[in-house]
Design a binder for this molecule. Structure first.
Ligand code: ATP
Length: 640
């Protein structure tokens, strides 16, 4: 067996380990199938009350339910697969599957699958179960097998370029001048355009990876009718789609509408089908097919040969009209695809049936350093030429099996490709987001000082007298971390309250008008989900009136939720504060690199130096804060 085949076989084994570990974690939670236990494990809401039901885009059925009793934490999140059930039938459940649109406090909005409203929706007591998402693993496994099997042809060649020592090809591309881009961005775009097989753009935070990738997409579209654009997460795909649309590129977003950001919904396949000129006709045909079927099935007291013949006629008319509707739907689909220059989806979403049989001359993958190798192969199956962008010093893929990660699954195809095809990778070095003070720590620690701040960042501040960066040390304050009972996530109530008070004061100092006029948007980042939840609830409760007034400009989320994004003002609440110096997954420095590099005008980091200081990364950060006179102690804020 060749070295490449051995490597892929190993990756497949690791994927299976990861699959098993993920399933095991899920089963541990639902092991005892009793409702009470499932509720305790946070994988079931019961009972819930049906608050609303309506049709969304593409006639999708949307329900809003409210959890009636339990206030405990849970694993329901936007995009997860769920099953809505009713106990209306003695001893058994009626069920309908769906996908969560969003969850807020005790409210969950779900898009149901299937062709009609469940008949039992208003009967019995309703509940919602969290389901295990097996389909993604199946697609990854399928992709790996396809890559292993491919002997000749494009896929086999790309595999040998990415994993082997086949030299990646170059075309006779004549470099073009791209005035909107800087020199390193321009070189990267020309470089990946010259690449015949593989091109990689490596960009530290704020260097315009996404901006550069969008420019490359636009240039590629001058030579090709359509390209595929992907990213590992729905949020990253939505960000790309937004940028492409801003540049006037017609983009089709493939993916379940429940997993797509509201602002991007109009770009989804569902929405584009609904907006199509022939859609009304399609609806008419479907209705009429249903009507023929209904009449055909109608109960008749007398059922002789005449009725039988009439039923046959009605049923055959129903299938004729249905066939006509199917043809029309295929035409609409074809037309929607024809009119889109870019098709955008997540890595796993590239296996969507709507893309079956379609090959793309170029496949672009953004945030590629966050994609697990088996998932990254899925869109590559569909491509002639692959262009990736990412930063392996930012968020890695989420891997649940510690063993699989250690044995190699944490190494991405992006990293492998950079190492094995150095010639085909370009690094961006000029960043536009952060003033030097915010940039410098990350630059020293992760990028060997190769990153520079563009001149525009000199003017990045909230107000001239407002320092652009502060570390507020809570050591000695007694703000202790707690553990959320059900989820085992960490939170720190006092640190949360203190952080919001710091923001409240800051908004007062700079002035609400200052924030509104510009406008300056604000992000609060915490590595812990339980802290994010607490912070959201504290803001909603209204104890921090200035922060609450800025609600529309405020996002509170985990680090993962902020990857690829930026805000004018960022506050990071680090949470960990204990006597043992335990910092848990704060030790994942790549995650911290993302958090520390989101701010454009001001960054405030709140944490306990006594807990964090033993870890080399935080030790270096504390030194940096002291050296640059941005270190503050919580005691300076005692008036809060
Ligand atoms: N050539 C340029 N001239 C001016 N501004 C630019 C240029 N390139 C990018 N920017 C700006 O820099 C900021 C960061 O760009 P972008 O989000 O594309 O960076 P990124 O490398 O993808 O960031 P991250 O690593 O955080 O995902 C944006 O505000 C963007 O508009």
């Amino acid at each position: 067996m060749s070295k490449i085949q051995e490597e892929l076989k190993h990756t497949l084994q690791l994927l299976k380990k990861e699959w098993a570990a993920d399933l095991q974690q899920y089963q541990n939670k639902i092991q005892s199938t009793s409702l009470a236990d499932r509720k305790k494990e946070g994988v079931c809401w019961y009972p819930v009350e049906l608050k609303k039901k309506k049709f969304g885009f593409g006639e999708r059925m949307i329900v809003e339910v409210e959890r009636m009793d339990d206030q405990g934490s849970h694993g329901f999140q936007s995009g997860k697969s769920v099953s809505l059930f009713s106990n209306a039938r003695e001893g058994k459940y009626y069920r309908a599957n769906g996908v969560v649109n969003f969850v807020r406090k005790n409210i969950m909005v779900i898009t149901l699958s299937g062709g009609g409203w469940p008949e039992w929706l208003h009967d019995g007591k309703l509940g919602v179960d969290l389901l295990f998402d097996e389909a993604s693993y199946r697609e990854m496994e399928f992709a790996l097998h396809a890559v292993m099997k491919s002997s000749e042809g494009r896929l086999g060649y790309l595999r040998d370029v990415m994993l082997g020592d086949l030299v990646a090809g170059k075309s006779s591309w004549v470099p073009v001048n791209l005035p909107a881009l800087n020199t390193s961005q321009g070189q990267a775009v020309n470089g990946v355009m010259e690449a015949q097989d593989l091109g990689v753009i490596h960009g530290p935070p704020g260097t315009g990876k996404t901006t550069t990738l969008v420019a490359a997409v636009q240039l590629a579209l001058e030579y090709h009718d359509q390209v595929l654009v992907c990213a590992p997460s729905n949020a990253a795909v939505d960000l790309l789609v937004e940028k492409l649309i801003n540049e006037g590129v017609s983009t089709l977003r493939i993916g379940h509408p429940a997993r797509v950001d509201d602002q991007i919904l109009s770009q989804t396949l569902d929405a584009k089908i609904a907006q199509h000129g022939s859609y009304k006709e399609l609806k008419k045909l479907r209705k009429s097919a249903e009507e023929f079927k209904r009449l055909g099935k109608k109960y008749k007291r007398k059922f002789g040969p005449e009725e039988r013949a009439q039923r046959k006629k009605l049923m055959s008319e129903a299938s004729r009209v249905k066939e006509e509707a199917d043809h029309l739907e295929n035409y609409i689909l074809y037309d929607v695809f024809q009119q889109s220059k870019v098709v955008a989806t997540t890595l796993v979403g590239a296996s969507n049936t709507a893309l079956k049989g379609i090959q793309f001359p170029v496949v672009f993958i953004d945030e590629a350093a966050q994609g697990m190798e088996p998932a990254t192969w899925i869109p590559i199956l569909k491509g002639e030429r692959i262009i990736m962008a990412g930063d392996h010093c930012q968020l890695p893929p989420t891997i649940k099996s510690f063993e699989a990660a250690k044995e190699g699954l944490s190494e991405t195809l992006f990293e492998k490709a950079i190492k094995r095809q150095k010639e085909m990778s370009w690094m961006l070095t000029l960043q536009y987001r952060m003033p030097k003070m915010i940039m410098a720590f990350s630059n020293e620690y992760f990028y060997k000082g190769e990153l520079e701040a563009a001149p525009n960042t000199e003017h990045h501040y909230l107000a001239t007298e407002e320092p652009v960066m502060e570390f507020i040390d809570t050591a000695g304050s007694g703000f202790g971390e707690q553990i959320e009972k059900d989820s085992l996530s960490k939170l720190n109530m006092e640190e949360g309250r203190f952080s919001l008070a710091v923001l409240d004061q800051l908004i007062k100092r700079v002035g609400m008008d200052g924030f509104r006029e510009n406008p300056y948007n604000v992000g609060i980042i915490s590595p812990y989900k339980a802290q994010v939840k607490q912070l959201n609830e504290m803001v909603e409760d209204g104890d921090f009136p200035m922060v609450k007034k800025l609600d529309d400009l405020l996002t509170i989320d985990t680090v993962d939720g902020f990857q690829g994004q930026e805000r004018d003002l960022i506050l990071i609440s680090l949470v960990r504060s204990n006597d043992k110096g335990e910092i848990g997954f704060l030790a994942d420095t790549r995650r911290m690199n993302v958090a520390l590099t989101r701010a454009k005008r001001k960054l405030i980091v709140v944490g306990d130096s006594a807990t964090l200081g033993n870890h080399p990364f935080y030790k270096a950060f504390l030194n940096y804060a002291e050296r640059n006179n941005i270190y503050r102690s919580v005691y300076e804020y005692l008036e809060f």
